[in-house]
Design a protein around this ligand. Structure first.
Ligand code: DHB
Length: 324
């Protein structure tokens, strides 16, 4: 069985969609719901609907090998993602009532995030929203650095957000950027550990910020917005994701789950992240390039790999990466 839990929320499959690609509308999310995705996670919301950066703002090199985006958070605004009608449309096509619907928020300011949380807490369909993923890792909003690279700011945001969510039934997840320097993993984990009991899970990693694709013919960047600088995702970042999941799993308290995300395109990729300690994996770029049938394929590949190794459950190998 691929069943797992993320921060106490049960999922019938440990593979589900990352916030971002194909998650901005109820129509797209309803296709995720119809697939074997273990959950349905909406696109990062801002308070108001916004169109994002001008096109071209994405580029795919070799299917899901490396993708680049500087979308600038196009989304329908938080009220859309928490509306009863949206959630009904998203979830109508799942046979499985227990598949969780989750939202992601990516406010431009702390005040925006708190306002969105207060709207979520008052939503008539609150009981249908199982978790809120707070995105502290967006690299594409011009003039707004990645929050989780500024540890002081990260701590004060977590203080405010965790106290605002105290009296809600919602689970809090934190979307993290990739870290690269040894001490940064520990500094991030030390802060997150101060909020054990409030933070149910972290999702690691978001895109690698500020990569650049050049077109040698035009001699200009391929992506028009943000001077061509973009977040890098796809299979190329799997190795960074594996290291981040492993380092965070070792440094975080047991009460904080780690969800692995970054370059998952096969059952083997999911298996490796779970070995590193992930309780579930999210799929972003591969969902973007392949469409929602990727969830069925990845689940089947993971089942076959588990079968070949005699593993019956995620718990049989989760976090059990061997020493060399
Ligand atoms: C966008 C990209 C991200 O990696 C993210 O976390 C949020 C938004 C974007 O450009 O839309």
């Amino acid at each position: 069985s691929l069943a797992t839990t993320v921060g106490g929320v049960p999922l019938t499959s440990c593979v589900y969609n990352a916030s971002g690609p194909r998650s901005g509308t109820a129509a797209a999310l309803s296709k995720v719901c119809q697939s074997r995705s273990g959950g349905v996670l909406a696109k990062s919301a801002t308070i108001l609907k916004q169109n994002g950066n001008p096109q071209p703002r994405t580029y795919h090199a070799g299917n899901s090998l490396a993708s680049f985006n500087s979308e600038g958070l196009p989304n329908n605004g938080i009220d859309y993602y928490i509306a009863a009608g949206t959630i009904e449309e998203c979830m109508a096509s799942c046979d499985d009532d227990s598949k969780p619907y989750m939202v992601s928020i990516s406010g431009k300011t702390l005040a925006d995030n708190l306002e969105m949380l207060s709207r979520i807490a008052k939503a008539p369909s609150l009981s249908k929203i199982k978790a809120v993923e707070l995105n502290l890792a967006c690299p594409n909003v011009i003039g707004k650095p990645i929050i989780a690279y500024d540890f002081e700011q990260m701590k004060s945001i977590l203080q405010e957000v965790s106290s605002a969510m105290k009296d809600t039934p919602l689970k809090l997840g934190i979307k993290l950027p990739p870290y690269f320097d040894g001490p940064h993993f520990q500094q991030a984990a030390d802060i997150l550990n101060e909020f054990d009991g409030s933070i149910a899970y972290v999702a690691s990693i978001n895109t690698l910020g500020n990569s650049l694709v050049i077109d040698p013919h035009s001699e200009a960047p391929v992506i028009s917005s943000n001077q061509g600088f973009a977040g890098l995702s796809g299979q190329a970042v799997k190795y960074t994701a594996l290291a981040n999941v492993r380092k965070l799993r070792l440094a975080l308290k047991d009460s904080i789950d780690v969800v692995g995300v970054g370059g998952v395109a096969s059952g083997r990729d999911a298996f490796e992240l779970i070995l590193c300690g992930a309780t579930a994996v999210q799929v972003g770029t591969c969902h973007w390039t392949e469409g929602p049938k990727c969830f069925d394929r990845i689940c089947q590949e993971l089942e076959e790999l588990m079968e070949s190794k005699g593993y019956q459950s995620i718990a049989d190998f989760k976090g059990k990466l061997k020493d060399w």
